[in-house]
Design a protein around this ligand. Sequence first.
Ligand code: ADP
Ligand code: MG
Length: 249
Amino acid sequence: MGILEVSNVNKRFGGLQALGDVNLDIAQGTVHAIIGPNGAGKSTLLNVLIGKLVPDTGTVMFDGKSVLGRKPYEINQMGISRVFQTPEIFGDLTVFENMLIPCFAKRDGTFRLHALESIASEKGIIEKAEQMLSDVAMIDKRGMTASSLSRGDKRRLEMAMCLVQEPKLLLLDEPTAGMARADTNNTIELLNHIHESRDITMVIIEHDMHVVFSLAKRITVLAQGSPLVEDTPENIKGHPKVKEAYLGE
Ligand code: ADP
Ligand code: MG
């Protein structure tokens, strides 16, 4: 049994079938990529996984429990964190203060700015936040205002903000979108390092094949709302159906 099991999920927007009979079984500890052309239903699927959208039919089980009908913060507390396409950090706060926010959100299901001081006095949380900043090579920048960080560092911070919650499952929606090659390669290295050093399952939605083939152990190709094939990267590369649907060949 996988850590995340999606069974017979359907979602319509009016007359449009955005997701049709989606079945997915994500193994514990893997890096699983979901790829597919524009409009294939990738973001819709992700939104179902994080509780932002409720499917018309089907079930989504995480760690043996249903996520359907739960609020996004409840799903977060169950152990699912996500990295957004655009970094969601607090520009006026320092790097270190930003790290405290997700700790608080995970514990209390909400975040209030004035609580920063109280949480910052909790030794365990400070140590965890510092360790995580070291892991993403950001500890030297802990006192910097987040808005002054480079784009790549903002992304690192955001990743660290997800990881400090110690999620069991990390969802990444195009983590390298809009990045230059060097930053993309840094992110690949960072994610590989995170995956190897922690027991985190990752689901990555990604357009960039270089990223997909550098990270994924398993790949599901989504086309017109339904999984077309699921296989290892080696097999996906040469798959005729994939070439046809995804690469337009
Ligand atoms: P992808 O992320 O793979 O590009 P999406 O999941 O964003 O695809 O979209 C799948 C299909 O559903 C597209 O045809 C899109 O236009 C449609 N769609 C997505 N969200 C909505 C919505 N909120 N209302 C209506 N149609 C939507
Ligand atoms: Mg999308």
